[in-house]
Structures are given as C-alpha cells and as structure tokens.
Design a protein around this ligand. Structure first.
Ligand code: GN1
Ligand code: MG
Length: 552
C-alpha cells in the first residue's frame, strides 16, 4: 500500500472512534444498532464498500436503513455488483473491521486483507459506490460518515442517490453494472411499462369482470409510501390510495408497516373498521416487504392476513407450473424458511413442487433461488421475488420471436410474453414491495379474484412469534435451516418435550440477526395452543439464557 494511502486511512479512521462495550456483527442484513452509536461503523463500511468495488472492478452500493426496526435505530449494508447482498465470504472481514479498537489495528486489518485478496489499492484503479438511505432522521449524518470513509480510499467516487427504497438501490447497482440507466425514473419506467404490458395481456373474459381495481396501501410512514405516490401516477387500470405516507407526522414503523401487520395481525394506524371489504396492503420501512390484509366484518382490530407465503402460493398456480413444465422444461425452485406457515408448505407440495428451506435472510434464499431457471422465494414476512436465469431468459426470448413469426397472438406466445414482462416487472436484484405489489395486482386482475378468494387458497395454521431478551443471544447456535438449536446444551430437548404436548405443534428458536433478541416461533392447531406453546418455550429460553439465570 502506498504511504499516501496508509496515512489517509490512518488519519480518517482517527476521526471516528468505535463504540465501547458493543460487539457489532454484520447480521441478517448488515449492521444495525441504535443510530447514535453507528457513525464509526458506517465510516468503516464506506471503506469496505470501496474495497469491494476495487476487488470486483464494478460499482457497488451502500444502503443506510434499519428497515422495519424502530425509527431511532439505523443500519448499513453493502450491495454487491450483481445487485444482491454482499458476498457472505466478506462478512467475517466486515465484522473484524467494525470491531477494531484503534486506527492502527484497523489499518493492519485492511493491509492484511488487501494483500490476501489482491485488491488493487494503488490509486490507479477507481472505485464507484452508489449511496442510498431511507427516511430516518439519522440517515443524513450517517451518509456523510460513509462518504468520508469512501474518500479515504484513493480514486474512490461516491454517487449520492438520495432517499431511496432498499430495492431501488439494489436495482440501480445491477443496472449500472449492466450498462443500463441506473436512475429512479428508469426504475419507475421499467416497472410501470411491464405492468402495462401484463395488463394488456389479461384475457378479455376476466378483463370485463367487475373486480375492484383499488388497493389501499400502508406506507409504514417511510420511504415506500413516498415513492408509491410517484409510481401510482404512472399507472392505468389500477388505483392506489396511499396511507401513512410519512407526510402526516406519523412515526416510521410505529404501529404501522408490514412487520407490525404480519407479526401482530391487527390493523395498522390509519385503518379502521370502516375499511371492511377493501383490499389493503402494507409495506415495511424500506419497502422491501409486502403483505396484504383485509378487515373482516365485526372486527375490533383483527385482520385477515395474507403473508409472503400466500403471495408465493398464489403466484404459483397448478396450471401455471404445469405449463412451465410441459412447454419449457424450466427448472423451477421454490424456497422458503422455517418461518413459512406449515399450511403453505403443504399447499405447495400438493401442487407437486419441491420446497427447499434455507436459513432466515434474503442472502440465503436469493442464493438458492439463483440456482434455478426460475427461482421463487418469499419469507413469511413478505420479502421475496422471482429470479429468472439469463440462459433461460435468452431461450424464452428466442421462443417468443419464433412464436411471433409463426403464430402471432397465439396463447403460447402470450404466455411467453407474460413471462418476459414478469421478469422485467419483478426486481431481479432483491425482493421489492413496489414491484411485487404491481405483480400481485395484475395477477388478481388476470384471475378476476377478490382478496377473499385469494385468502381462501388455504387456511394458515395458527402461529405466534415472540421475542425474548437474553444476556447473550450468540449463546444460541442452530442447524437444519435453523430448526434445531445445538446450543446451549439441553435446550432443544426441552423445546421438543414441550412441542410434543401440542397437536400439529412446531416450534423453534434462533437469535435475531437484526435485533438483540432470541426469536421464538410456534405453530399449532389452535391459536390458544400456538400462544401457549410460544409462551412456554419463551420461558425455557429465559431459564437457559435469560437475565434471571445470569443472576443465579
Ligand atoms: C422472523 C423475521 O421476520 N426475520 C426477519 C428479520 O431478521 P432477523 O434475523 O429475524 O431479525 O429481518 C430480516 C431483514 O429484513 C429478514 O430477512 C428476516 O426475515
Ligand atoms: Mg425491509
């Protein structure tokens, strides 16, 4: 490393000191913590992003968001050149960098890594980092820290793209590296155009059905609501009413948003019993999750929830998957996590599909989905997308041209055109609530289905999720796609013994990667049973790891 570069890094990192007594970890989706302690971490991630860009000789992204977490939290993550999450191979290095205690220790970690990875840190090659942030008030100053980090790498350029949804930034990084326009207007144009194509391809029989084409969306008082207000003006044949746009003084994710709606199963702020019969949807704080809901008659605050599992199950109909199999021999992959409702997995298996399970977090699901011609993944919380492999898309393009030549307007050609449009509508870089919303809406219009018909696709098994605060959540280690706890010793046996008491009981625990808690998930044949199983297992967690046990 050049002396000039060494001094620059030393000087820059001496301006930021790491928080004391905190061990930071890259986690499920980057570093997250109370925003007040994150400046140094973000500065260091700026440097890391520049190194990643130099290593890959491509543009990378840096997003400042804490998604569904409370407004006072924030976070930072890197978007790899493909538009996906930072390669998991670099996560241990990210952890080391974030936890280095002195500028000298920080510099020596970088020197060693740059040598090992053969990163051209010579000031000749340039790095390019696209920056985005959500609407959190702490975002602006954290972004400045990221810029300072980036500017301490010679020849690195930061492009500040302002306030964006997380999926928009992922989309733009991917577009940039493919030589396409990487701007917000280009993003809106692509998704609204492909939506229009799909609407044009709706069969006449259902086009004339009396389906309500209005959807009411809870924007979580975050960036998604703001962006949806722009997108909705570019659409025909769909009316979007946005509530909780962030403009009315509501607090981000506070009693609103996809995480709240999915976990609490009650109406978000801004919705009430007058909304009976409406098709409603909810985005999370950075608009990468989408769930739907409706307000049943005579409800106090309870909702009928349509989660990510039901979005996935509804997109994959029997007829559609058979057609794919027979006409294109596409290898179809369906990916879920242990949080998927058991009834959804049963439903998908009944369609003859093989379901693959990965650990929680899009980085795992996405990686698996990318191994198929068409890989579809959703987390129960509404984060998911459909990936199309480049080679299968080329085949489809050729097939479409061939069909157009032989029999323009045939059903087969329409099917090919539909899939091509879906591949442009649905974000190929990461799960995206805005593009998913448009896909769901056009599929509903295509089928002529109401939200109630959709909800009846199968009946969810009652479930309950709880969080338990413990002394050290890293004491829990899991295996088998997080369904079995291998430490602390004896805890899994205790969970199994409890679960065995409940018909259709299923329960697992894992440390959250975004919050300082252990998550408990329980499913059973009745809501009371699911609540009781989750409660008993939460007590087991507390007994093995809780504050009370630490005092003993
Ligand atoms: C149970 C749950 O919903 N977990 C979420 C949550 O991760 P945790 O590691 O469970 O905190 O946030 C992740 C990022 O948004 C998301 O990918 C994941 O599904
Ligand atoms: Mg999110």
């Amino acid at each position: 490393m050049k002396e000039e570069q060494r001094l620059l890094l030393l000087h820059s990192s001496s301006l930021f000191s790491p928080p004391q007594g905190v061990k930071l970890s890259y986690g499920t989706a980057g570093f997250r913590a109370d925003a007040s302690i994150l400046k140094t971490t973000v500065h260091r991630v700026g440097i890391l992003a520049a190194l990643r860009s130099l290593k890959t000789q491509s543009a990378v992204g840096l997003m400042i968001t804490a998604s569904h977490n409370k407004v006072t939290d924030n976070g930072v993550k890197i978007v790899d050149p493909s538009g996906g999450m930072l390669t998991q191979e670099w996560e241990p290095f990210a952890d080391q960098l974030a936890n280095a205690q002195t500028p000298e220790a920080f510099l020596s970690l970088i020197t060693e890594f740059v040598e090992k990875e053969k990163i051209p840190l010579d000031g000749v090659q340039s790095a390019e980092i696209l920056l985005g942030r959500d609407t959190r008030p702490s975002g602006e100053s954290l972004l400045e820290a990221a810029k300072q980090g980036i500017s301490s790498i010679l020849g690195a350029i930061a492009l500040d793209l302002g306030i964006l949804t997380t999926p928009q930034l992922h989309w733009m990084v991917r577009a940039r590296n493919k030589g396409m326009k990487a701007t917000e207007p280009a993003y809106f144009e692509q998704i609204s155009n492909s939506f229009r194509c799909l609407v044009d391809l709706i069969p006449n029989e259902t086009k004339s059905s009396k389906m309500d084409n209005t959807v009411v969306v809870d924007g979580a008082d975050g960036v998604g609501g703001e962006k949806l207000e722009v997108l909705k003006t570019m659409l025909t044949s769909l009316v979007i009413e946005v509530r909780n746009t962030g403009k009315g003084g509501g607090i981000l994710n506070d009693g609103v948003g996809a995480d709240y709606v999915q976990k609490e199963k009650v109406v978000p702020r801004g919705f009430c019993s007058n909304d009976v019969g409406l098709r409603c949807a909810s985005l999370d704080g950075d608009a990468d999750r989408l769930v739907y809901f409706s307000v049943p008659t005579n409800s106090s605050r309870k909702i009928d929830l349509i989660d990510g599992d039901k979005i996935l199950s509804f997109i994959l109909t029997k007829k559609g998957t058979e057609n794919l199999n027979n006409n294109s021999h596409a290898r179809l992959g369906v990916i879920q996590t242990a949080y998927a409702n058991g009834a959804s997995t049963d439903y998908l298996k009944q369609l003859g599909l093989e379901v693959i399970f990965t650990p929680t977090g899009v980085k795992h699901l996405h990686e698996k989905a990318a191994q198929f011609d068409i890989g579809i993944y959703f987390e129960a919380n509404g984060h998911g997308t459909i990936l199309f492999s480049e080679s299968w898309l080329s085949w489809l393009e050729a097939r479409n041209n061939e069909l157009g030549f032989a029999s323009e307007g045939s059903e087969q050609q329409k099917a090919a055109l539909r899939l091509l449009s879906v591949s442009k509508l649905i974000n190929q870089a990461v799960g995206d609530a805005l593009s998913c919303l448009l896909l769901v809406e056009v599929v509903l219009q295509h089928k002529g289905w109401s939200i109630h018909k959709w909800n009846e696709l199968y009946q969810d098994l009652p479930s309950r999720q709880l969080k338990v605060k413990v002394v050290d959540r890293t004491a829990v280690a899991t295996t088998n796609a997080e369904t079995v706890a291998i430490s602390p010793p004896g805890i899994q046996e205790a969970i199994d013994a409890e679960t065995a008491k409940y018909p259709r009981g299923r329960c697992f625990i894992r440390p959250s990667g975004t919050e300082d808690v252990i998550r408990v998930y329980a499913e059973a044949s009745t809501q009371e049973a699911a609540d009781s199983l989750a409660g008993s297992v939460a007590k087991i967690v507390d007994r093995f790891l809780g504050f009370s046990s630490s005092q003993r």
